[in-house]
Ligand binder design. Structure first.
Ligand code: GLV
Length: 318
């Protein structure tokens, strides 16, 4: 009997396929330098019975319409905004993600990015590497303390809670905004979005990207923040309006910002935000540790194995 075709739209070390390779024929994007171009991804989707995707692979309604054999998408991420879930549901396609294994790692990076912005570490390192470190100045490269400041978390899911947990260890006062108030959020206090924007010294955005959260932080919201505030996005590009953020940083509406995520990834080096000294960028490193990436692969592998064995799929979104 012919085996189903699993198309892996990113490079994966072969040995990680061991638990499932008996069940499938595999095609893989083998380039480790460049993401699979969308055009080629669409051709892969057309051929595939199962797609294994990462956030840069856009599974639009159109892609789904032109994928006659597609039965399952395993997405190597907890967020699945790269997939048109409604279209997948209508087409009866199973979609799985990688919950519960990347929250601590992403919370660590959120915290690191906040500290990078607060302590101006990118600016400092850049000056050093470019031979512009001329000496120890009393007020040279001085940043802002995070301890005893107010951290506002927008989107209090598991990652938000773990950021709050870390922040209490740094003597921060933590407030949060979420669709629902939480009973236990490591002592963080609930605020309306407006109150949080006005009160926080640091704001970390941690919502999923949906129609409701696109441009959640734009001109109006930036204007409510303190002039000394710093905004950190480790969730998804598009939740913060990049154009409005650029204007806010140039015009002193807020002091600084940092982001691990961009509307277009990989972010072009010509992106205006990358020209600003008060903006710190990282290349979507939220879950990027060996331990966590392997755990994410295992989540997808468990779902795929369950599918091949006709068992209940453990980590399905739909
Ligand atoms: C990474 O960005 C994820 O959603 O897992």
């Amino acid at each position: 009997m012919q085996k189903p075709l699993l198309w892996i739209a990113f490079h994966l070390p072969e040995e990680l396929l061991e638990p499932i390779k008996a069940y499938v024929d595999v095609k893989m994007w083998r380039d480790t330098e460049v993401d699979m171009p969308q055009q080629e991804f669409e051709t892969a989707a057309y051929e595939a019975d199962i797609l294994w995707t990462v956030v840069s692979n856009r599974v639009t309604a159109d892609v789904i319409k032109r994928a006659p054999k597609l039965k399952m998408i395993a997405n190597l991420a907890v967020g699945y905004n790269n997939i048109d879930i409604e279209a997948a549901r209508e087409a009866g396609i199973i979609v799985t993600n990688t919950p519960d294994v990347l929250a601590d790692t992403t919370a660590d990076l959120a915290f690191a990015l906040m500290m990078m912005a607060a302590r101006r570490t990118l600016e400092g390192a850049r000056a050093l590497y470019q031979g512009q470190w001329t000496g120890w100045q009393v007020l040279g490269m001085t940043g802002t303390d995070i301890h005893h400041k107010t951290l506002g978390i927008i989107g209090m899911g598991t990652i938000g809670e773990l950021v709050a947990k870390r922040a209490t260890g740094f003597d921060m006062n933590v407030i949060y905004h979420n669709r629902h108030e939480k009973d236990n959020a490591y002592g963080a206090q609930y605020r309306s979005k407006e109150a949080l924007l006005q009160e926080a010294d640091f704001i970390i955005v941690l919502t999923p990207l949906t129609a409701a959260t696109r441009n959640l932080i734009a001109k109006e919201e930036l204007a409510l923040m303190k002039k000394s505030a710093m905004l950190i996005n480790v969730a998804r590009g598009g939740i913060v309006n990049e154009h409005d953020l650029y204007d806010a940083l140039v015009n002193g509406v807020i002091l600084a910002a940092a982001s691990d995520v961009f509307v277009e990834e990989p972010v072009p080096t010509s992106h205006p935000l990358l020209t600003l000294p008060n903006f710190t960028a990282l290349p979507h490193l939220g879950s990027a540790t060996v331990e966590t990436r392997l755990a994410m692969v295992s989540r997808n592998v468990e779902s795929l194995r369950a599918y091949f064995h006709n068992e209940t799929i453990p980590f399905n979104v739909i």
